[in-house]
Structure formats: structure tokens, C-alpha cells
Design a protein around this ligand. Sequence first.
Ligand code: F6R
Length: 237
Amino acid sequence: MTFTLEVLPADRWAEAVAGDLVARLRAEPGLRLCLPTGETPAPLYECLRRSDPDVWSRSTVILLDEYLGLPPDDPAVAGPRLRRELIEDVRPATYIDIDTVNADHAASARDLDVAAAAGIDLALLGLGVNGHIGLNEPGSTADAGTRVVTLHPRSREVATERYGAAHGPKRGITLGVARLLEAREIWLLVTGERKADVLRRTLEGPETAELPASFLRRHPNCRVLADEPAAALLRAA
Ligand code: F6R
């Protein structure tokens, strides 16, 4: 196992991760980042919005995943959400989101994959309570490609109950596990007590397609950045 586990107090987590990310951008201004949306990164993005926009001016941000079948102004739609929560303030040189207007969703997935295949230096990922990364739902294998996916029932509920979607989206587009494992570095972001059990299974249980996040243990350079409540059930913590 090659991941490193860093456990931070909940009230300092966002600021600490933001500080690390800004330092990385200063050291590597042309950084190509892959970013998620959701509740975990929201406080991180709030800190990053106050960062010096100069550090972002040569960076590229690639959106990790997107829902299909929601109206473009739905609050859960990821592309505009990331734009509101981060992109508009930090203004990276390039922001690559996922085309949901094109009716050919497979073509949108291919475009996303081409952008990611050009290289991801650092992928930030959240962890689903069902063990997904991006929208690589349970059942996704380590060689899963970037594609149109059918959402797991729990992911549909999260979209309505936590992200305010008008209805539970049935499908989405996600970077595949295989493409994510090609990133030079991965930071798995995990906060809150409700993630404690899935984080324990991700790091200490069997590596399995039933919990796609467990494949991150194959990555040579994966940092797990957890807060104390999320790490509460880990032996290592
Ligand atoms: C969102 C994404 C998802 C979330 C995960 C955790 O772009 O890729 O995998 O990261 O579902 O969601 P939160 O952070 O809302 O608990």
C-alpha cells in the first residue's frame, strides 16, 4: 500500500489543504488539476477563493464528473457549480467542463477523456458513502474508462437530498478509474463522521470493484487527507 494518511482537526482541514494546494501551484504554475464538486471540497474552495489569483494564472482545471438529465440551471449541475464555487474567482488559464448540451453523451465523455489523457498532475477526489470515486459507482473495475454511467441509487439520493437537484439524475459522465490512476498524484479528500466507515473499508478492507475507491491503493502517490471524524475508525489513525 502506497498511500499516505494525514489526519487533521476538522476545524483546520480546509485551510490546511488549501495551503498545500496553493503552495503546489506556486511551485508548479502550469499544474493540470482535476477537481470534484460536492460537500467535501466546498469549504476548501471557499478558502481557495481567497487565494492570490496569480498562482492560478497558468493552471488548467478539468472537471471530474457531471450529471446528465438535469436542467442547466439546476444547483447540482457540476460544471456551473465549480464555476460558482471556485473558477470565477481564481480564474485558471483553462477550465474544461463536461458538455451536457450535446445529445451525444458518449462524444462528451470522449472529449473529457482526451483532455485528461493530455495529463493530470494532481487529481483531487471526494469519497462517496457508497465507495465511488467520481461517478465510478460500485461495480466499476480498475480498468474502467471515461464513460457515460448509470448512477447508483445512493448517488441519485445525494444529488437531491444534499445538492438540491430537482430530481435524482439517472446518468452521468465520469473520468474512469483507469484514467484517474494515471494522474501523477491523487489527494483523496474525506471529511465528516458519515465517511468514517467507508474510509475504513477503502483503506483497510479488500481491494474490490464493490468499493472502487479501494483501487486508489494501487496508485504510487496518493495522499489521503482526512479530518478527525472521518478517520475515527482507522487502525492507522
Ligand atoms: C463529485 C464526485 C463524487 C463526490 C463524492 C463525495 O464531483 O466526484 O465522487 O466526491 O460523492 O461527495 P461529498 O463530498 O458531497 O460527500
